[in-house]
Design a protein around this ligand. Structure first.
Ligand code: F6P
Length: 546
């Protein structure tokens, strides 16, 4: 990987700073008046998704300057490197070939693609047997419930996809357990019949403490219910790169599906990590999910930068983060089945780009990944939207809106759509002091009361948002949506000059936790330089559990 100038040293950077200053005080409605084509020209479409970014604090000039920035940052080369299997994860010396997992041809990665195809075919066989109710447990009962035990990338992706594709579910119910808090597994198991339940132990490393603890507890539950050790083979599957550890756990190789070190956990739902999704919706639907993502990959790889959805969305992220000081980004899916999307995107964007040094280890003096947050609309409207409209933080928003519903409740869906469009418009238009005063007068307040209260009703407006629509949320558009955010994340990493595919920042906490666990369990810790605050808290725990 060739070292390149960092973001502030790119030639377009200074001009963008100037443009940002101008646009910070511009009126979005004024921009629409000045450019009658704006509602069409600030849009782009691909793979069944339509991005409307006309309500962003952008002009054609600012967009052109951002595209220049991308060119100067070598984004096009970075995109080619991703697909060509270059070791873009330079700190671990690996490529990041999640795109190969949904590819329909090898694209120069023949050996790896062969492995993917073989794994896909084994996954299909397993998924179909379970989906069709052909897999029976230790007592001959058909498996009706599958519990995926995993955490992070081995949980958030499959959990989201399964929930989002609920209208396509077959007879098998899929459940997700990730928290090491025993309540998570216990609550899930409380409703299940061991004889009809199968577990997928999903862990790229097969070393993750939470997953192994939950896996062992699930095993005990099954043995306690009367299954013999040999019969456990009918109930436990694994997805991992670490076959030996899965075997040591007691899962035979025939029940293990592979992962690869060239796929990051948070980019892995397309692999056998998505097995639970394929069981829930069947192979045909799962294939459509992969195809939707592949269509977005093709678009990302081949479209013009000015039409490239992931790149445009990444440039907006850079724009607000680095030129407007917005340290956060809000994602609001107006579809209840996408309620887990913000959780998934938190890992995707914040584990990928929450970095403080460049690819070559240089300390960065600019903001990288913003805090991503959000929830399914309309719930947020009755909690945090107050801050979006009147708070002091700049919170750029992505609204995500499937235009049709799978339910028969058309009027209720119209209410949902109206609320989504209204929120995006309200963020833009706001309400002036005079408009607020008039509104109060209309409510029957006298002049003095209206003048006193009016400033509380003022909404500054000019708050940026995009609206991503799709005809319907289905396996294809869902695949495209997730791939869109994956590639947006990668582009932002390229622009920030960081490695989006490692996560060294999660390790120290795990080590310290192991040490503290030693103290809690038998009073011995490896690190005898524990700080006084932690010692004090350990003492409090001892007092409470004596
Ligand atoms: O601790 C972070 C992390 O390594 C994530 O990157 C990963 O998705 C998660 O843990 C789970 O890891 P595994 O799939 O190896 O259990």
């Amino acid at each position: 990987m060739i070292a390149r100038a960092l973001l502030p040293d790119l030639p377009a950077y200074n001009a963008l700073e100037e443009l940002a200053k101008q646009l910070a005080s511009a009126s979005l409605q004024g921009l629409f008046e000045a450019d009658p084509q704006r509602a069409e020209t600030f849009t782009a479409s691909a793979a069944g998704l339509h991005l409307d970014y006309s309500k962003q604090l952008l002009t054609r000039g600012a967009r052109a300057a951002l595209l220049q920035l991308a060119e100067q940052a070598g984004v096009q080369q970075g995109i080619a490197d991703l697909f060509d299997g270059v070791r873009v994860n330079n700190t671990e010396g690996r490529p990041a070939l999640h795109t190969l997992l949904r590819a329909s041809s090898a694209g120069g990665q023949e050996d790896r693609f062969r492995e993917v195809v073989t794994a896909r075919s084994r996954m299909q066989t397993m998924a179909e047997r379970l989906h069709r109710g052909e897999h029976t447990g230790y007592s001959g009962t058909t498996i009706t419930d599958v519990v995926n035990i995993g955490i992070g990338g081995s949980d958030l992706g499959p959990r989201l996809v399964t929930q989002a594709l609920k209208p396509f579910h077959g007879r098998v119910r899929c459940h997700y357990v990730s928290n090491v808090d025993p309540a998570d597994l216990q609550d899930t198991l409380a409703t299940l019949n061991p004889a009809a339940t199968a577990f997928i132990i999903c862990s790229k490393s097969f070393r993750t403490e939470e997953t192994l603890a939950n896996g062992l507890a699930a095993r005990d539950w099954m043995l306690h219910a009367g299954a013999t050790t040999t019969e456990l083979d009918r109930h436990f599957l694994a997805v991992t790169t670490n076959l030996q550890a899965a075997r040591d756990f007691g899962i035979p190789e025939a029940n293990c599906l592979p992962m690869w070190d060239w796929v990051g956990g948070r980019y892995s739902v397309w692999s056998a990590v998505g097995l639970s999704c394929a069981i829930a919706v069947g192979w045909e639907r799962f294939s459509e999910f992969l195809a939707g993502a592949e269509a977005m990959d093709q678009h990302f790889r081949h479209s013009e930068p000015g039409e490239n959805l992931p790149l445009l969305m990444s440039l907006l992220e850079i724009w607000y983060c680095n030129f407007f000081g917005a340290g956060n980004h809000v994602v609001l899916p107006y579809d209840h089945s996408l309620q887990r999307l913000p959780d998934f995107l938190q890992q995707l964007t914040m584990e990928s780009n929450g970095k403080r040094v460049s690819n070559s280890g240089e300390l960065l003096h600019y903001t990288t990944a913003p805090v991503l947050w959000g929830s399914a609309g309309t719930m947020g409207q009755h909690s945090f939207h107050q801050l979006l409209h009147q708070g002091t933080l700049l919170c750029p928003v992505d609204f995500i809106l499937p235009l049709t519903t799978h339910t028969s409740e058309q009027q209720q869906h119209r209410i949902l759509v109206a609320n989504c469009l209204a929120q995006s418009r309200t963020l833009m238009v706001g309400r002036s002091l005079e408009q607020a005063r008039q509104a109060l007068l209309r409510r029957g307040l006298d002049d003095e009361a209206a003048a006193t209260l009016a400033s509380h009703l003022v909404m500054p407006g000019n708050r940026p948002s995009s609206v991503i629509t799709m005809a319907s949320l289905n396996p294809g558009t869902l695949g495209a949506l997730l791939a869109l955010y994956e590639h947006r994340t990668y582009c932002s990493g390229l622009l920030w000059g960081i490695n989006s595919f490692d996560q060294w920042g999660v390790e120290l906490g795990k080590e310290i936790s192991t040490d503290i666990l030693g103290r809690l369990t038998d009073g011995i810790g490896a690190d005898d330089t524990m700080d006084a605050a932690t010692e004090h808290l350990i003492e409090r725990w001892r007092d409470a559990t004596r």
